[in-house]
Design a protein around this ligand. Structure first.
Ligand SMILES: [Zn+2]
Length: 95
């Protein structure tokens, strides 16, 4: 779970999901940024559905099943995001 870099309070899973697009600390109201290493890992996570879809095509799964699988994977990725999210005080350059 992410820890606020200003007040050092650990965010819960639910608090992280609530603020996932703004990343404002629920305890001290400070704006937080996702650290560069965390963003790199996050983009790997986002690639998982893209890897699974061609496998679906190979296995000749119907489009409907593939879409449902992609949605489930997307939700799983979203739900596990608080576990890999690391916070930083300032916007870090990615490269
Ligand atoms: Zn805080």
């Amino acid at each position: 779970m992410p820890t606020c870099s200003v007040c050092n309070k650990k965010w819960t899973w639910f608090e992280t999901i609530k603020t996932i697009f703004k990343l404002t600390c629920p305890y001290c109201d400070n704006r937080q940024y996702e650290s560069a290493s965390s963003r790199k890992r996050g983009s790997m996570f986002a690639l998982i559905p893209l890897v699974v879809l061609p496998i679906n095509a190979l296995l000749e799964v119907s489009v409907g099943t593939a879409i449902i699988l992609a949605i489930i994977l997307g939700l799983l990725t979203f739900g596990s995001y608080p576990f890999i999210l690391k916070l930083s005080n300032e916007q870090e350059p990615l490269f």
